[in-house]
Design a protein around this ligand. Structure first.
Ligand SMILES: [Ca+2]
Ligand SMILES: [Ca+2]
Ligand SMILES: [Ca+2]
Ligand SMILES: [Ca+2]
Length: 244
């Protein structure tokens, strides 16, 4: 326990140094906001907009049947009304580029405003449960479930863990974290971060999070890290304003 504590303190110092360094390097003055962003491992906040452009699907049924709604509601965390509202969005998103009744990677990126291809691919893979390269309505509902009003902390942790765990082996290693950080950093103020600084940030993250020191952050270690740094989740979420 003593070891762990001193490890945490050392890590905190490191992170503070790191933040100061980054803030010093950055000329635009909003240090508080920047410090918060720096602390987050992934800097993404996505919103499915309440008003999508009017695209009408020619291939999907106008509305779900009551039976379908009931079946879907057993497999996700949304109410019947929310499922109906999500279906309207699903119809539009699935028809936005190719009106084929399913959502492909480009359509999801567009709906979530994702521009970073690596990150967009990861989010897409987490949604695409059966791995067939497209998202059907059930996958859409299940993928968004962690972000419903009844989604639990564990649900959100599970979602973001899957985004990081690229090879799906149940652990996040340094190379996986590096790939995602790079994908996310390029459209933020951290663009100017050097390779060395990136490496330091990742080493510091691992020093804190990889409690058993096996070189991978497993789901328990990740859960612990999120509890210490709730910002990680604040910044990886999908808002569904039209459901509120
Ligand atoms: Ca489509
Ligand atoms: Ca699929
Ligand atoms: Ca992995
Ligand atoms: Ca570990």
């Amino acid at each position: 326990m003593g070891n762990l504590c001193s490890k945490n303190i050392k890590k905190q110092n490191l992170q503070t140094d790191m933040k100061q360094k980054l803030v010093e390097n950055e000329h635009q003055p909003t240090p508080i906001q920047k410090q918060e962003e720096t602390e987050s491992v992934v800097i993404v906040k996505k919103v499915i907009k309440p008003e999508e452009p009017e695209v009408k699907s020619e291939v999907l049924p106008e509305a779900l049947t009551q039976k379908e709604i009931e079946d879907y509601s057993k497999r996700c965390k949304f109410t019947h009304d929310q499922i109906k509202a999500l279906y309207e969005h699903y119809k539009k998103i699935s028809a936005s580029i190719d009106d084929d009744g399913v959502i492909d990677n480009d359509e999801l990126n567009e709906a979530l405003g994702l521009t970073q291809s690596e990150f967009g691919k990861r989010i897409f893979k987490v949604f695409d449960l059966n791995g067939d390269g497209v998202i059907n309505f059930e996958e859409f509902l299940i993928g968004l479930s962690p972000f419903s009003s009844t989604g639990t902390l564990e649900d959100k942790i599970g979602f973001s863990f899957k985004v990081y765990d690229i090879d799906g082996n149940g652990g996040i290693d340094k190379s996986e974290l590096t790939i995602l950080l790079k994908a996310c950093l390029s459209d933020t103020f951290l663009t100017q971060i050097s390779e060395d600084e990136l490496k330091q940030l990742i080493d510091a993250t691992f020093e804190e999070a990889d409690i058993d020191g096996n070189g991978e952050i497993d789901i328990d270690e990740y859960t612990e890290m999120v509890k210490n740094h709730p910002n990680i989740l604040n910044n990886l979420q999908i808002d569904l304003p039209f459901l509120k």
